[in-house]
Design a protein around this ligand. Sequence first.
Ligand SMILES: [Zn+2]
Ligand SMILES: [Zn+2]
Length: 121
Amino acid sequence: MPSRSLRRACADVTCRVTFTAATPDQRYCPSHQVARDQAEDLARRARRPRASYAEEQRRRATVEAHVVIYGWWCPGWGTDHQPHASLDLTAHHVEAFGRTGSEGGPLAVLCRSYNSTLGDR
Ligand SMILES: [Zn+2]
Ligand SMILES: [Zn+2]
């Protein structure tokens, strides 16, 4: 496809810059895209409640117990995520995925990368 098909105007209403999109999804000029990515990253971090030290310890113990029994193995999640070997396991709340910020609920072990996609929902 000719690259000029990705030529478009920035979606920011205050910005009339025309740019060549790196991907078909890019709606903002490069400088506005960077600003938006940073803002989204900050918002995502602010939404995710920080666990207390006791909760961190409990999650770590849950992962350690899982590794003793199953080894470094992500058990997967429903039909979305198939089980696979992973050295980056993390414990997450079975309910609410941290949305409520309440601690002490039942924990399940997942790889960190899939756990983070659940947290963003
Ligand atoms: Zn712009
Ligand atoms: Zn996984």
